[in-house]
Ligand binder design. Sequence first.
Ligand code: ATP
Length: 373
Amino acid sequence: MSDIRLTGITKRYTRHAAPAVDDVSVTVRDGEFFVLLGPSGCGKTTLLRTIAGLEQADAGTVHLGDRDVTGLPPRRRDIAMVFQGYAVFPHLTVAENIGFGLAMRKAPKQEIAEAVEYAAGLVRLDDVLDRYPSALSGGQRQRVAVARAVAVRPSVLLMDEPLSNLDALLRLSFRSDLKALAKELNTTIVYVTHDQVEALSLGDRVAVMRAGEIVQCGTPMEVYDRPATRFVGGFLGTPPMNLLPVRRAQDGWTAAGEPFAVPEEHADRVGDELWAGIRAENIEPSTTEVPGALPARVRLVEPLGSQLLVSVTVGDESVKLLTPTDFPAGDDSRLWLRVPPERVRWFDPASERALDGTDRAGTDRAGAAVSSG
Ligand code: ATP
């Protein structure tokens, strides 16, 4: 069993500053590809390094399977780590780099050779084993770093932004490679990134972090479709989720002065304002008037290749929508926007939390892991 159980992890680097990681409890399941996602400085790396044993938490415990490893040094945790940038040894060949971890453990030559062959095969480096890193591309060097981590067959593999030094095209192909590799390895993987596309495409589950806390943890579709807070809705998605203030008026609710239906169960729970969270791709635009649709004016049309990103105003509110490329949205033209009620995510402006109770699924401050997804 290689599940990772974090309970009440808190880490403070300086006494008076806010904690880098603040009372985080979460369980990463055996064999899972688990992604820590969040903006710069939110504590992802600190949490990863705490799992590795490279940082000691001020409070909380780390369990790997049934072992409490909280006080153990990194080498006794059966963990391998791939860092940002490709830290390969320039004076060793690809094969020697990949076998480095096993050689350090004084493994028999035959075992090292087999492990190198296995790991190199997984990352498609079989035909460059005798080369030195200087004769490799950036993508190949990064694959050496991954193969070196994989060669020791760790029960847990930790990766910190391993794709960040690669150009866009390499990132894309390496991302697919990593996903295939994870399936093949069946190792528990914790992967840190601030790139939401990477997180959604790689993770079995994604934990979204902000200011040292996990704000939501769920499958990629859960965190994308059902963000627990306004922050998650805004952090995931290109463009971010639209937020439309919906206010109580004399005879019902309105958005930008137009009638807008609010489900009864929410209307009863909050004050005079709600936020309707609407994904750009869920808005149905029409160039002719549709009863009940929001009237809008086109401000900007940006072709994205496969779609158009159309920025409009609805009254004083700015809204972005995605349309097929042949949609006739001219600058300054009028549109009517239908918003399917079942696609609206409602938020309470006071707490900025979603109104349906989806809340930190998969984590629990008291320490017990809650299953989700
Ligand atoms: P990034 O994506 O930029 O790497 P991150 O989410 O991984 O960010 P951390 O590196 O974990 O964030 O940092 C969390 C907070 O802790 C930040 O405010 C950072 O400045 C602070 N911090 C990190 N390492 C140290 C350190 N060694 N000493 C003091 N403060 C630190």
